[in-house]
Each structure stands twice: as structure tokens, then as C-alpha cells.
Write a protein that binds this ligand. Structure first.
Ligand code: SF4
Length: 439
């Protein structure tokens, strides 16, 4: 009987794509995917440590496997990702969950095949965490599950050390993939029929800084957008301190590049931005937004915002609200500050109490939602091009997104997944649109 695997993924798109690579390794070893943990021969957790919530979640889910492991001692349990990469975390995991068989880190997941074989040959658990980032491993074939969308890493790691963020500590310094490898990967994805490619990096705009061959993000974007075929091109994430006019001109040059930029602002107060070590001011951010909108009037901007950062006053928070209204973001991911051991912000005086954090996040979410709803209403009566991505069984409707990331639902007798369709928008509900096919 074929061996089966089950992967549980936490965190960001970067991790979701890493799980596709892990799945690729397991398929190469002869495993196939199962949605049921009970049927699996190996259960793998690809963890995240950016927020305390994600860690707690993983702890809960790993703990819940104790019974399953007891009933089936041959079951392999592996834990990898950002959490195991944190200093001292493997000791905590070992103590709390002695039934884990394999632990690896975000910096050596490519070695999973060797680690599984090693574990199968010995009784002892296998714990191998690489402390420092190594060379980029090329040639892993991800087992992609997100057709017609495909994610392509362009950089790994981060050099920015935002004071609240643990990423540079667990994912190492920034490393860029060679441009030729990225282009070859996108070319083969387009040839396979993928219709939307997203270039991924913690800060895509600093792509190439470590290559010393003159490569930069604008050149890469230009080359990828010049690949023949009908597909959409997105990129994330853009750090505002590195977002260049050159990138905007490349966006303008190619219809394929979605005119939607994810530009995390994090806070609207200069004092908080400086404490966060973001290295831009509110004024600089607004200048970039104005430049982008002048060059591309249709452009939409999405963002990330943190509330309740240490020492944040009501006045600071109101400046964030003000910035949100001024920019008019298409959507925003909003977060309560999460204290991460080992970061500068965790040592700061003036940590904000939970009630104040809760109050601010609720007000911010209400504001963001009202702006999003307002934007959605403006779609009614318009016809938009949607890339159909999936079928919602519960709703009995197909769904997809327009170039600005707005979700559109529609009904169709034929399977439209992977097709660009024109949708006349009839109604809007929060962030999602409902329409009918016009062709
Ligand atoms: S840019 Fe800042 S927030 Fe983003 S991953 Fe790097 S350190 Fe973290």
C-alpha cells in the first residue's frame, strides 16, 4: 500500500509555498497526500513563530497527536519551520511532546528525505536544525496544490530587523536566487498552464543586493513580465523603504503586472515607525503612494498594520487611523502586536495592556471594513476580469479574483477553473463581489 503524508501549515504564504516543496520531497519518496491524519504514515507540522497565536495553535495540534501515536507507534511525527528554528524551542518541544520523531528547521527543510531515512534506520529521534543560512538549494520540485496560482521565491531571509519581528533570526540573512533560475521556473509554470504567478520574498524590492551582478527587482520584474503567454504577475512583500520609481515604471510598461501593491505601513505615527525600525516616515510613505497613484491612477494598495506596539499612545493610534483614511487601502491585514522573545521590541518598556490592544484592533478592523465595503459598492454595475480559482461547494458558486485581489463569485454550468472570465458585478457583500458571466 502507498505510504501517505499529512501536512499542517501555519503562517504566511512563504510557509504555504514551503509546504508545497516539502510535499514535493515526500512525493519523490513515494508518499501520497491524505486529508485524514488517521490514515497518514507521516504527519508533518510546518510551523510559524511570527505571532504567539500561531505557536500556541501548533502546540495544541501537536499535543492532540499523542493518542494517535500511541495507537500507531509506526506513525512518524515531524515538526519543522520557523518555530523549531527559534533558540531553545527544540528543547521545549522535546520535553512537552516526547513522541515527536523528527525536528528540522526553516533553514534545512530541503534535507527532509535524508532525515526521514535516518529516523527509519534508528530508534532515537532525529533533531537537526541548521543554525546559519546556507546556499540556496535549487531543483526541488514543489507539489503545487493551488492551480491556477503559483508562488515563486525570489529571495529568502531578511536583513531588515524590524524591532518586533523574529524573521531575520529564524530565516537568516537575505539571499537572492539567480535571475536565470527564477525566469526558468516561471517559464515552465506558464508552459504548464499556470495563470497567476506571485514572486515571493520578505522584501522583494531588495532582490539582487547580495548578488553583486547588477541584478535588481525592477530588472527581474521586467524580464518575468516579458515571458510570452497570458498570465498575471504579482509580487509580495514590498518594504516601503525600498519601493522604487523604477519598479513603478516597469509596472506601467506591462499589462501582465497587476496594478496592486502590498505595501505594509505597520503604523501611522513617526515615533512608532522609528521604534519599529521601519526606516521610513509617514510622509515618505504617503509620497510613495502619491507617486504610485500619479503614475498608475487605477492602482490599489493593500497593507499590514500592527496596533498596540510598546508605548503606543491613543494619539499614535489615531495617526494610524488617519493614515488608513488618507490612503484608502483596498484591504488591510490588521494585527495586535505580539511580543517575540529575542527581538528588540520585546525588551522595550511600555508594553501595552491587552484591553487597550483589543479596543484599538476592534476600532481599526471596523474602519478597514467600512473602507473595503465602500470600495466594493463602487464595483456594482461594472464588468471586471476574474481569474477563476476554485469552486465553493457550500455556495455552489465558482470564485476568483480580479487584478486588485477582489474576490468575485458567479455561477456556471461549465468548469471555469483556470480561465479568465468577464463578470458583470450585480452585488457586493463586504470584500466579496457577486456577478454574472458576460461571455
Ligand atoms: S521586513 Fe521587517 S517585518 Fe518584514 S520580515 Fe523583514 S524584519 Fe520582518
Amino acid at each position: 500500500m502507498q505510504k501517505k503524508y499529512h501536512i499542517v501549515t501555519y503562517g504566511c504564504q512563504m510557509n504555504v509555498h514551503e509546504s508545497e516543496k516539502i510535499a514535493g520531497i515526500l512525493h519523490k519518496m513515494g508518499y501520497e497526500e491524505t486529508a485524514e491524519k488517521e490514515n497518514a504514515d507521516i504527519i508533518l507540522f510546518n510551523t510559524c513563530c511570527i505571532r504567539e497565536n500561531a505557536e500556541n495553535h501548533a502546540f495544541g495540534n501537536i499535543g492532540a497527536l499523542k493518542k494517535l501515536k500511541k495507537a500507531n507507534p509506526n506513525l512518524l511525527i515531524a515538526v519543522g519551520g520557523c518555530m523549531t528554528q527559534e533558540k531553545g524551542k527544540t528543547d521545549v518541544l522535546k520535553k512537552k511532546f516526547p513522541f515527536i520523531d523528527i525536528m528540522f528547521g526553516a533553514l534545512n527543510f530541503e534535507e527532509l528525505e535524508r532525515l526521514i531515512i535516518k529516523k527509519q534506520a534508528q530508534k532515537k529521534k532525529v533533531i537537526e536544525i541548521r543554525e546559519k543560512e546556507g546556499e540556496i538549494v535549487e531543483g526541488l520540485k514543489p507539489f503545487r496544490t493551488s492551480y491556477p496560482n503559483a508562488w515563486v521565491n525570489i529571495t529568502y531571509g531578511c536583513n531588515n530587523f524590524c524591532s518586533y519581528c523574529i524573521v531575520p533570526y529564524v530565516r537568516g540573512r537575505e539571499r537572492s536566487r539567480k535571475m536565470a533560475n527564477i525566469i526558468a521556473e516561471v517559464e515552465s509554470l506558464v508552459a504548464e498552464g499556470y495563470k497567476e504567478i506571485t514572486l515571493l520574498g520578505q522584501n522583494v524590492n531588495s532582490y539582487g543586493n547580495d548578488l553583486n551582478d547588477g541584478s535588481n527587482f525592477a530588472t527581474l520584474l521586467d524580464k518575468v513580465a516579458s515571458i510570452e503567454g497570458k498570465f498575471r504577475l504579482r509580487f509580495m512583500t514590498s518594504h516601503p523603504k525600498d519601493f522604487t520609481e523604477e519598479v513603478v515604471s516597469v509596472m506601467k510598461k506591462h499589462d501582465k503586472i497587476c496594478k496592486c501593491v502590498h505595501l505594509p505601513v505597520q503604523a501611522g505615527s513617526n515615533r512608532i515607525l522609528s521604534l519599529m525600525n521601519r526606516r521610513y516616515t509617514r510622509e515618505k510613505y504617503l509620497e510613495e503612494v502619491a507617486f504610485l497613484r500619479k503614475a498608475l491612477p487605477q492602482a490599489e494598495i493593500t497593507t499590514d498594520i500592527i496596533v498596540g506596539f510598546p508605548t503606543e499612545t491613543e494619539e499614535d493610534y489615531l495617526q494610524t487611523e488617519d493614515l488608513v483614511k488618507t490612503v484608502g487601502f483596498a484591504s488591510a491585514f490588521t494585527f495586535v502586536y505580539s511580543k517575540r522573545q529575542g527581538t528588540k521590541a520585546a525588551e522595550m518598556e511600555g508594553q501595552i495592556d491587552e484591553a487597550t490592544q483589543k479596543d484599538r484592533i476592534m476600532r481599526l478592523v471596523a474602519l478597514v471594513n467600512s473602507l473595503t465595503r465602500e470600495k466594493s459598492q463602487k464595483y456594482i454595475g461594472k464588468t471586471v476580469e476574474i481569474l477563476c480559482e476554485d469552486y465553493d461547494e457550500k455556495k455552489g458558486l465558482y470564485l476568483g479574483r480580479d487584478e486588485f485581489g477582489r474576490m468575485g463569485y458567479f455561477s456556471s454550468k461549465e468548469n471555469k477553473i483556470g480561465e479568465f472570465v468577464n463578470l458583470k458585478i450585480l452585488s457586493a457583500n463586504g470584500i466579496s463581489l457577486h456577478g454574472e458571466l458576460t461571455d
